[in-house]
Design a protein around this ligand. Structure first.
Ligand code: PLP
Length: 395
């Protein structure tokens, strides 16, 4: 008999898994080129050539026993942590040392480590809808309670009035994700300043520490030169969770890091705890080869123009057909208003045209659907006539 707590998690994750299997089934019947699978956030731009070269060099040059061994510190290689800190300091005028960096198994691993070291049972974690649905499971992993701020469908910036009201003495953490999955919205500097001011006031009011967790796998995926504020500069109790999954197209390699700055309350304890959490959650340490790869590739970038082209074509194409959506400023998702209230039924209707998209209720925002445009440009172009047929059912 599986654990009670797992039952809900299994039930909730089955929707996206079912979609994935449906994609495979349709591809077998109609051919992969006739299936428009926009369901997954799996980058389809190859990792930069430098990543491959780095792997080859490391494999050729390093002692294989040490390379494939456990790391001395569960937080990661000291030189890698230092190099990450130096690179952040250069880019964001911060003052981190290697000690502030904990290498993680992607952003997912980092978020689980962060929540593991922060949450006591019953502690509350606030997230702004729409949010990455896994936050609910990650919070539940440590017996926390996820508190949702309802979506601001005007512009998908967080609803700060509601946020203020939802902070309680039990609020331990607030998760923000900008550029955002699923909306593609980048939280403005003004939003961040206001959010930080609210959190400062509430910390004083309750005499507590409220940690801001910045989940930023999409930091590098911002279009038209839009600035993505670096949150440690606005609020002292900020922990950053970064990932190379999207920025270097390495999602399967599972590599990222946490930044726990000195300014964070109890930072030394948190940093030591993060190292222990990495071990006892079963990660032990972030993958050693990938730690060394990212050190060599700190200045590498994915080909963002590829996603940008998809963004323009899809956004313009769908808008012309009558669909409503905010033009994304980052990430590789379009969050489109469902033309019928029941967006799950709309996703089913789209499937008739071999279009696979994810219901907004997976992100705590029913009435919308997410279209992941990290697919080939051809898929986007070829899907538009199908979207046109779909649109005819509604407009
Ligand atoms: N956070 C958000 C908002 C994401 O969209 C994802 C993956 O899609 C993750 C975290 C997990 O990323 P990683 O592959 O780095 O674990």
């Amino acid at each position: 008999m599986i654990a009670e707590k797992m039952k809900n998690m299994v039930a909730n994750s089955s929707a996206i898994r079912a979609m994935f299997e449906e994609g495979n089934r349709l591809a077998q019947i109609y051919g992969a080129e006739n299936v428009f699978d926009f369901s997954l956030g799996n980058p389809n731009v190859p990792a930069p050539e430098a990543v491959k070269q780095a792997m080859i060099e490391i494999l050729n040059e390093e002692d294989p026993v040490a390379l494939h061994g456990y790391t001395n510190s569960n937080a990661g290689y000291a030189d890698v942590r230092q190099a990450v800190a130096d690179s952040l300091n250069e880019r964001f005028e911060t003052a981190f040392s290697g000690n502030n960096i904990v290498m993680t198994v992607g952003a997912a691993g980092g978020l689980n480590v962060a929540l593991k070291i922060l949450l006591n049972p019953g502690d509350e974690v606030i997230a702004f809808a729409p949010y990455f649905g896994e936050y609910r499971s990650y919070t539940a992993n440590f017996d926390g309670v996820l508190v949702e701020v309802s979506p601001n469908t005007e512009n998908f910036q967080p609803k700060l009035d509601e946020f203020e009201q939802k902070i309680t003495a039990k609020t331990k953490a607030v998760i923000v994700n900008t550029p955002n999955n699923p909306t593609g919205v980048v939280y403005s500097e003004e939003t961040i300043q206001k959010l930080a001011a609210i959190m400062e006031t509430k910390q004083k009011e309750f005499g507590t520490d409220i940690y801001l967790i910045s989940d930023e796998p999409y930091r590098e995926l911002a279009y038209d030169g839009v600035e993505v504020p670096y949150l440690t500069k606005y609020y002292n109790n900020t922990i950053v969770g970064y990932s190379y999954s999207k920025s270097l197209s390495l999602p399967g390699e599972r590599i990222g890091y946490l930044v726990i700055p000195d300014e964070v309350a109890d930072s030394e304890d948190l940093i030591s705890a993060a190292s222990v959490a990495t071990r006892i959650l079963g990660f032990v340490n972030a993958p050693t080869l990938q730690q060394k790869v990212v050190k060599k590739c700190l200045n590498e970038k994915t080909d963002i123009s590829y996603y940008d082209r998809n963004r323009e074509t899809l956004y313009n194409g769908l808008s012309e057909l009558g669909f409503e959506c905010i033009k994304p400023e980052g990430a590789f998702y379009l969050f489109v208003k469902s033309p019928m209230a029941d967006e799950k039924a709309f996703c089913q209707a789209a499937k008739k045209y071999n279009i696979l998209i994810v219901p907004g209720s997976s992100f705590a925002c029913p009435g919308y659907v997410r279209i992941a445009y990290c697919v080939s440009h051809e898929t986007i172009v070829n899907s538009l006539p199908k979207f046109k047929e779909l649109a005819k059912e509604y407009f």
